[in-house]
Structure formats: C-alpha cells, structure tokens
Design a protein. Structure first.
Length: 371
C-alpha cells in the first residue's frame, strides 16, 4: 500500500508501475458480463481456434471502426494473451535466433527484446521521433532481414507521439527497404488532448508492411490478459503459426466481449477522463516541485512522463536517494537500447494515488535540489 508521508523505510510513492488504477477497474460490470455471457455458452470452456474467439475479434473490429473509421476483416485480426504475446510472436516471426532487431533508441521494448535476441540495434530519435534516414542506413548496412519495433503513439517511456509527416516518411523508407514494422499501440485509446493521429497500420492501408498490436490491459484491466494484433490476412496467418495454444482464453474473451458490447464507449470515456486528471495532477506537481531543474513535455496521452536532466546530474544517485526516502522511480537507462546513460527518469502516474503522486514528486524535487 502507498502511504503518504516521510519514509522510515516505508513506501511513500511508487512511480514505477504502468498498471491501471484500481478505481477504474470495472469489476461489477465484468461480473454482470460474466453472468450474461456464460450460461448456455459451452464455447467459453472449450478450445477455440488459434486466432481466438470470434466475438472478441468482432469487438476489436467494432472498436477500430468506431474510433478510427478503420474497416478490417476478421482474418486481419487475432486475439493474444495480452499484447505482450502478440509482440513476442511478431518479433519471433521476423527475428532469427540471435538475429538483428531494431527499435526506438529508448523503448519499453528494450525489456522484452533483451530476452529474445542477443542483438538489439537502435534507431536514433530527433525532436520528431525515430529518424527515417537511420532506418534506411541500418537496412543498407545489414545483410540480414530485421524488423523495426516502434511505438509512435504515447511512447513508453517518453510519452512522445510521432506526427503525420514523420509517420509517412518512416513508412516510405520501410516500404522501399523492405523492413517490416511492429507498431506497438498499447495506449491508443488514452488520448487526453490533441488531434487523433492515424496509426501506421491505417496509413499503410493494411498491405502487410505493418503489424499493429493493442491491448485490453489499459482500458479494462491488465489481469484479464487479452490483447490483439492486426495486419494483412496472410501476415496474421504467418505469425499465428508460432502461437502455441489453441486460442487465447475463450473464457476471458467471452466475458470481455460481452462487457465491451455493453460498455465500450462509457468505459473508454471513463478511463480517459480519469487518467487525464491524473496526468494534469502530476504535471502541476512537476511545475511546483521541479521548476527549472529538469525538462519534460506534457504527454497527450498514455501513462508516463519522461523527465530529462542536465548531463552534469547523476541520475543513478537521484534514483537511489529517492528510493531511500520511499519514492520509487525508474531510471531512463533501463529503457535505453543504445547503451547511452542519457540523463532521464520515467514517472508513471496511472496507478498511484493522487496524494502519493504529489508527495512523491515533492520528494523528487527535494532530492534534485539538494544534489
Ligand atoms: C508499450 C507497451 N506495450 C505492451 C505492453 C504489454 O501489455 P499487455 O501484455 O498487458 O497487453 C505494455 C505494458 O505495460 C506497454 O507499456
């Protein structure tokens, strides 16, 4: 439990976890959905097809249609055990054992990718996102195929969203060089402000150059372990050859599908409003307690704020001292693919109670001021 107040070894605030908040978990509505979905539905407790339960595939289609005007056929989508499984399957489809894999220079993906292959290359960022010329250079320098794993919307950990022009440039380069793209879109629904930017999948028109992954973890609850991937039908078919189960939990899928049929719009509106307030709260706390001692951009969506410090700062020492005082933050170095120890930390605001966020940022400010 998070208890506000000065530490005596106790946890004051955990700002490391990208978990959903307990207050927006729709437990009662899911219980109702289970009561509606299970009686008379033996399919929920039998094996299903590798691509997953048809009713949940239809929910993903309906969601993409409703929020993005994107029309996909059933065989362009498959249900997975969280988007983590989809990411793993796509990376394994394109990455031979120990084969090269390229990703954003700083990425949540650094964590799963390190388990997968000995070789993770990075695509450097500029202010607009991953640099297309770097993708082209990389493709020409390598004699083996690779996949580009990127997160253009509410990037984890930087919170950055790549604009239309850069998205098109990246697609053009990847198309010309024959580089498939894994678009990890875990936070797409959680936009708090600004204009919607079309996904790479949408901009590509579903040719099969892009596989996009998404998840129910952030809108419904991470414990339900349901995610999805979408691409061209042949590519989904190819990726599914590596899926070892007989379809992701038909039981959880039946309940989630029923819940989404009844509550999709209200639940997405609810989580958006809830996390927008939390995002605003952490931004205000940062303004109050860090002032001009660090830099950050307000993320338009997602769960994270990326704080960068002057290179003279010792970020590892800041992270250690915060922990001593009961505040857990993640060093940016954990997410760096390029081995650079760039001077940043990631703060997650989704799961932590408002009072703890405020106190945690206050203590972070004190630590930075004292250094
Ligand atoms: C960017 C990103 N992708 C994928 C995931 C995996 O989520 P899940 O497997 O719950 O869908 C996460 C989880 O935090 C994430 O932040």
């Amino acid at each position: 439990m998070v208890t506000p107040g000065r530490s005596d070894g106790a946890l004051v605030a955990d700002l490391t976890v990208g978990q959903p908040a307990v207050d927006v978990l729709p437990l009662e509505e899911l219980a109702e959905a289970a009561r509606a979905a299970l009686p008379g539905n033996p399919k929920a407790l039998l094996y299903t097809h590798t691509e997953g339960a048809a009713e949940l595939i239809d929910v993903v289609r309906a969601k993409l249609q409703h929020y993005e005007g994107l029309d996909l056929d059933r065989d362009q989508i498959a249900i997975t055990s969280g988007s983590s499984q989809a990411i793993d399957l796509v990376l394994r489809t394109f990455t031979e054992l120990d084969g090269p894999l390229a990703m954003d220079e700083v990425s949540y993906g650094a964590i799963p990718a390190r388990r997968l292959t000995g070789r993770v290359d990075h695509i450097p960022f500029d202010d607009d996102g991953p640099q297309p010329e770097a993708v082209a250079r990389h493709a020409r320098a390598l004699d083996r195929p690779f996949v580009f794993y990127t997160m253009p919307t509410f990037q984890n950990p930087t919170g950055m969203t790549v604009g239309m022009t850069r998205r098109r440039e990246l697609l053009d380069v990847c198309r010309a060089e024959g580089v498939p793209i894994l678009e990890d879109d875990a936070y797409y629904e959680l936009r708090y402000e600004g204009e919607r930017v079309p996904s790479l999948l949408e901009l590509d028109g579903g040719s099969g150059l892009v596989v996009r992954t998404g998840t129910f973890s952030k809108i419904l609850g991470a414990g339900i372990r349901l995610g999805w991937m979408a691409s061209s039908a042949p590519l989904i078919d190819r990726v599914l050859r590596l899926k070892p189960d007989s379809g992701t939990s038909p039981f959880a899928s039946a309940i989630a599908a029923r819940f989404m049929q009844d509550h999709m719009e209200s639940q997405i509106a609810r989580v958006r409003a809830f996390y927008r307030d939390k995002r605003d709260l952490i931004m205000e706390a940062l303004d109050r307690h860090l002032e001009d001692r660090a830099a950050w951009r307000t993320p338009e969506g997602g769960f994270f704020v990326w704080i960068t410090f002057d290179p003279s700062r010792d970020v590892a020492a800041i992270v250690r001292e915060c922990a001593e005082r009961g505040v857990r933050v993640r060093s940016g170095a954990e997410f760096r693919v390029d081995g650079d120890t760039r001077h940043a930390i990631r703060l997650a605001f989704s799961h932590t109670e408002p009072q703890a966020i405020e106190r945690g940022v206050e203590i972070l400010g004190e630590v930075v001021a004292e250094q």
